[in-house]
Design a protein around this ligand. Sequence first.
Ligand code: MSP
Length: 650
Amino acid sequence: MTTYITTPIYYVNAQPHLGHAYTTIVADTYSRFKRLCGEKVRFQTGTDEHGDKIVKAAEEQQVQPREYVDRISNLFRNTWPLLQIEPDHFIRTTDTEHIAVVQSILQKVHDSGDIYFDEYTGLYCRGCERYLTEKELVDGNCPDHQKPPEEIAEQNYFFRMSRYQQSLIDHIKSNPDFITPERYRNEVLSFLSEPLEDLCISRPKSRLTWGIELPFDDKFVTYVWFDALINYLTGIGYPDGPEFTAYWSVAEHLIAKDILKPHAIYWPTMLMAMGVPLYKKLHVHGYWNVDDTKMSKSIGNVVRPKELVMHYGVDTIRYFTLREMSFGLDSSFSSEAIVSRQNADLANDLGNLFSRTTAMVRKYRQAKVPKAGESTEGDRQLQAAARAMLRDYRQQMADFHFHRGLQTVWEFVGVANKYIVENEPWALAKDSSQAARLDTVLYNSLECLRLLTLVLQPVMPGAAAKMAAGLGLATGDERISSLAKGGVWNLLTPGSELQTIDNLFPRLDDNKKEKDAGAAGPKKEEKDAAPVIAGAGAGADLLDFASFQQLDLRVAEIVAAEPIKKSKKLLKLTVKAPEERTIVAGIAEFYQAEQLIGKQVIIVANLKPAKLMGVHSQGMVLAAKSDEGGQERLVLSSLSDRVVPGSKVA
Ligand code: MSP
């Protein structure tokens, strides 16, 4: 099996920020995950260097475009190692191979009659570098740049995109996974329900020279999107390189919602015109906002990856971004949220599990892995939980549900911590007749750590390497680097020795850091540019914002409901939020199952799952308890208007 995963190639008119970092972290994690599954992987990222925007940015810096693009492209290239992102190929649209391929494709499509010359008058947005339709404008302005487009009349070359509209609709309809999550597939289909216009793919040199010259008319350069999208082919040696043959049929593109249209409409129709099979999948994620505000240079809230890594460490940033954003939905970045994830998930749950287990093995067994004896029912349950975690993790990661994959892993961390508490190794250690039982409990706990090292490797390669070292395993050991070989119980070798490592995840005190910028805080000059957003300032017995933010409140749409046998109070609800899940709600005395279908309610989505009357409940529906003259009534939460299921409530 092979995987080819790409990120967008980023414009070099801006420096790398959190948004670029997120997409590239996701692609890196996915490629590491696929390698863990034993696949051959190619991961490509790069920079998009032609067009108006770049020329303008170079002018502002008073340098030639060539010098400018080299500088910013290098900034991107050098940022990725800081985040332990390891692409196999970094492509630039100014690479000579890329220019040659773009020109050969233009010639081919021109020869086949799908590129024609015409005069066009349209509304051009310089920010978007494209013509906008009247319909796209909001109050006469470009919705992305909040400026009116200019009316421009010029002769240009056009790509006959309209010719492929129906074939594209058919392809999307017959391949449900072509564009995911579903909301973006629906958005594209809805856009395609209107007639598609042809695409202007040239710019006259009188207006722009920084671009790839059209091979059939030297008075024009290529429109930046027609040039940029082709990077996905040139990076793997199109048309006849061995890598093109090996990887194109499995190409998966990863983007954010901002560039859905070029990827879901321009690109597949271009491929159709070239006679190249379509890419396999387009994965679309939402936008990172900062404290619920759009990230922007003018607001001054742009979050820089380098500073994030300096403040919080690379593992924390990778974990936080993947855990915090539900893939496909927007997410809000805040330093409180990072600190809370670091302290709760990393330092408390995982870090403690690691340190308490290894400390006990050191204390009671001279740092040697003990040999497990007979399993009790509790041990078997732990092993079953590990198997379930591995299965679920594998599925969720393969489906781009990284936040859910990590949720599953952390539920298992909880199970492992509970196993220790319930088995009380410290008490067993006091009773020499329990030595064999202590061996088993310690062995099982170490096995949990090994499996966690395995599954966390794609997400936090640095922390996983540290954990591996602590367990006395070499980085490339298959027991922690292959899901097939390592994803089974009982692989640690009794007698092997643990190594001492530093604290995996120190606790962060964000308020303190804000106040005194002391040893743990940012240095003065770093602080000015710090991505740290001031804390909410909590009173002693009030909930602070970070704690509130731990609640994942969402709108859920009830799609099915049924009574639970033998229970007067409980109803089993199937809700969309946006994924489907089951929630057991104690509302049967107040609502009939049938009347609930289609209702939108508010749920707590990140409540620990529980089994109620044998039904697995994943979350809680919020309802008001009303006391009406001694008569209790439950009234379900609702919204004043319908929204997209899964919308966050904050
Ligand atoms: N050059 C084009 C892409 C050409 S691909 C053939 C471009 N570049 S860009 O620099 O603007 O990058 C856009 C991408 O950056 C988004 O699709 C996303 O991957 C990432 N992000 C930029 N801002 C973002 C957020 N605020 N949040 C999440 N990701 C965002 O468009």
